[in-house]
Design a binder for this molecule. Sequence first.
Ligand code: ZN
Length: 175
Amino acid sequence: MESQDSAVKTSEQQSKASAAEAEAATPMKPKNSHLCCLCNQRRAALKRPKTLQQICTDCFYDVFEDGIHRVIVNNQLFKPGERIAIGASGGKGEVKNKSSLSLSHNSVFVPADSTVLAYVLSELDKWHNYGLDLFLLSVDEGITGYRDDSLETVKRNELLYGVPLKIVSYKDLYG
Ligand SMILES: [Zn+2]
C-alpha cells in the first residue's frame, strides 16, 4: 500500500523525501528530435514538470538523484550510523532488464515508488558515504493473493540492492 512507501523517520522528513521522490516526468512524443538542453548531446526524451526543460534519460536520472541528495543534505535528514527503515510495499512495478533502459550508474531500475526509494537511498548512501544502516521493512497483513505476491517483489529487491529485508506480520504481532 502507498502508506508504506516512505522512509520511516519523522513525518516531516518523510514528506520532504517523498516530495523529492515525486517528480514525475512527462514522456515526449517520439517525433520530437530536440537535443537535451543539459548535455546538448543526446536526444531529449522527456520534459521535466518542475523546469519544463527537455532532457535525455541520462540527465533525468542525474538531476533526479542530485535533487534527492540535496534534500537529504540541506535538511540534514540522516546522521552517520543511523538505522533507517525503507517502507517497502512491493508496489505495482516490475523488474526491467537494465539493457532495455539507458541508465547511468549501470543499475537495474524498477519503477515502483518504494522500489525507487530503496534504489535511490541505497545508491546515494554508497556514492556520498552517508554511513546509513539501511533495511527494507514490509508489513504482512496476511492478505492472500495480494500481500504474498508483493512480498515476493520485496524479496527480489533485497537481492537486487543488497539491502536487508525485515518482514513483520499482523499474525506475529497480534496473533
Ligand atoms: Zn542530457
